[in-house]
Write a protein that binds this ligand. Structure first.
Ligand SMILES: [Fe+2]
Length: 229
């Protein structure tokens, strides 16, 4: 598996990741965005990959997932999300489940806190992890809606992500400043929220005063059914 193909949505600043096994040509897509389903499908076809799983790290509130549309564009692919997300999909993952494509595998690791159903996908062989909104570059997902809990988020990051080797590359679901990836070492050392104590972290998260998400009333109902509504 090469470095993941990192695709971007400028509206929601979402990263979508294409991972392909060059031998078997099996591929997976993490966090596709509805409006870019055609782009993603065209890239997969051009590269000669066969999409087997269109996966989400969690039930998003800021954009509609492309998993349902990709299933119709690339027949044979299946949608994947955690069981704890409460969303519908073809395949449900519990903590510790393994997603296989070709000779590669992603370990689905439950990292609740931003939402109940957040998953971090870890590929130990490559030393990479896809953290969704659990851990962002020098930030983290908000915890003020969708069953958010700053205590759980802190616990998830410390027990499941900061325990990975320092050199692991972390790929987030979003970045709003143009950064593309980070490492466990960088976030342990420089994340302005996660370098604080649990008590300080909870205070920070409770006082962010973020605006109500623009897309949430449309995105969450749609994302319960793979973006097909
Ligand atoms: Fe999110």
């Amino acid at each position: 598996m090469p470095i993941p193909f990192q695709l971007f949505d400028t509206v929601s600043s979402t990263y979508t990741y294409l991972l392909g096994d060059t031998g078997s040509k099996e591929a997976v897509l993490i966090d596709p965005v509805l409006e870019h389903a055609e782009r993603d499908a065209a890239l997969i076809q051009q590269l000669g990959f066969k999409l087997i799983y269109a996966m989400n790290t969690h039930m998003h509130a800021d954009h509609i997932t492309g998993t349902g549309k990709l299933k119709s564009l690339l027949p044979g692919s299946q949608s994947v999300i955690s069981r704890a997300s409460g969303a519908k999909a073809d395949v449900y993952l519990d903590d510790g489940a393994v997603v296989k494509f070709g000779q590669h595998e992603l370990l689905a690791t439950a990292t609740p806190g931003h939402t109940d159903g957040c998953i971090t996908y870890i590929c130990h062989k490559q030393g990479i992890a896809f953290t969704g909104d659990t851990l962002l570059i020098r930030g983290c997902g908000r915890t003020d809606f969708q069953q958010g809990s700053p205590e759980r988020l802190y616990q998830s990051i410390y027990s499941k992500i900061f325990t990975l080797p320092d050199n692991y590359t972390l790929y987030p679901a979003h970045d709003y400043k143009g950064l593309t990836a980070t490492t466990v070492w960088e976030e342990k050392k420089y994340n302005p929220r996660l370098t604080k104590s649990l008590e300080e972290f909870v205070e920070i998260m409770k006082n962010l005063n973020l605006p109500y998400p623009k897309m949430i009333d449309k995105a969450v109902p749609a994302n319960k059914v793979c973006g097909l509504y």
